[in-house]
Design a protein around this ligand. Structure first.
Ligand SMILES: [Zn+2]
Length: 294
């Protein structure tokens, strides 16, 4: 290797900042990418003010949202965890980022105070089944029970009805999906960015690297807030996505914002009551809309 080439390589490999990730139980250093990105930075809306109602004419399944704007949704599955989820909520709050949590019903029932805090902090809650089975192996009644118990546990914990679900392992049959949509009004939310943060050996650096390399405008990022390494990867991951110009919305906000206005349906009447937590009630249009109360 020539000297200039060697110098260039050395410069490239030494330039990235090393982030000391704050974590009481785990110290992981995440090597950060150079903040170089070509993403244009058009005027983005204040994500805190984006609508939290699904469009009337929405899709049945989303793996991502079509947009050229650098708006993305980060999602956390399988919680809430009584220790790790609050730690993640602190990280998100420090950064003013709103995420979406696909909750496992039995965990929501076990840790309702964490569910409450998730909603109070302005995040979205979604249904991820009661006990995380492979839905494709269940009867129609089994699927209904998995989602109903979870829906009710979330409403009981925080007073807000989920508008979305994510099938465990991303697996659901088309017929099951149609029934779920009819019964609950939920679209199925999958993902296009998968850091495989559950995989052994778990590694915060890989979580960071995969998210950075796969994320693009409209992405839905899959993470799990039940792994130490995922939480440890978050400060650098979130900060560097933001530094690259990405802005975070909840999944419902991302869908609503990226859906053409003519498909959004009529605006909600102003006299609709707000929930005790200040979140607007779920969409009332369309059949089988999720219930707002127990
Ligand atoms: Zn899961």
């Amino acid at each position: 290797m020539s000297l200039p080439r060697l110098l260039a390589v050395l410069l490239c490999t030494s330039a990235p900042l090393t982030a000391q990730v704050a974590s009481s139980a785990l110290k992981i250093e995440v090597r950060r990418a150079l903040p170089a990105d070509d993403i244009p930075q058009p005027a983005l809306p204040d994500t805190a003010k984006l609508p939290r109602v699904l469009p009337v004419n929405r899709q049945s399944v989303y793996t991502r949202c079509e947009t050229t704007l650098p708006l993305i949704a980060i999602t956390f599955d399988d919680g809430p965890d009584p220790v790790l989820t609050p730690r993640l909520l602190d990280l998100l709050k420090q950064r003013g980022i709103h995420a979406t949590f696909f909750l496992v019903g039995k965990n929501a029932a076990a840790f309702p105070e964490v569910v409450r805090r998730i909603v109070e902090d302005g995040h979205e809650v979604g249904n991820h089944s009661w006990s995380h089975p492979l839905l494709t192996q269940l009867s129609a009644e089994g699927v209904e029970s998995q989602l109903r118990r979870t829906h009710d546990a979330i409403v009981k914990a925080c007073g807000t009805a989920p508008l979305l679900y994510r099938p465990p392992y991303g697996a659901v049959r088309a017929t099951q999906r149609a029934r779920i949509e009819k019964s609950f009004g939920y679209p199925a939310i999958l993902w296009d960015v998968d850091p495989q943060d559950w995989q052994h050996p778990r590694n915060a650096q890989k979580v960071y690297d995969r998210i950075q390399s796969q994320t693009r405008p409209g992405s839905i990022i899959l993470c799990h807030d039940i792994h130490e390494t995922t939480i440890a990867a978050m400060p650098a991951t979130l900060d560097d996505l933001a530094a690259r110009g990405f802005r975070f919305a909840t999944v419902t906000q991302l869908i609503a914002y990226t859906t053409p206005p003519e498909l959004m349906g009529p605006p909600a009447p102003k006299h609709l009551p707000m929930s005790p937590l200040g979140a607007p009630p779920p969409a009332t249009a369309g059949e089988g809309t999720a219930k707002a109360s127990e």
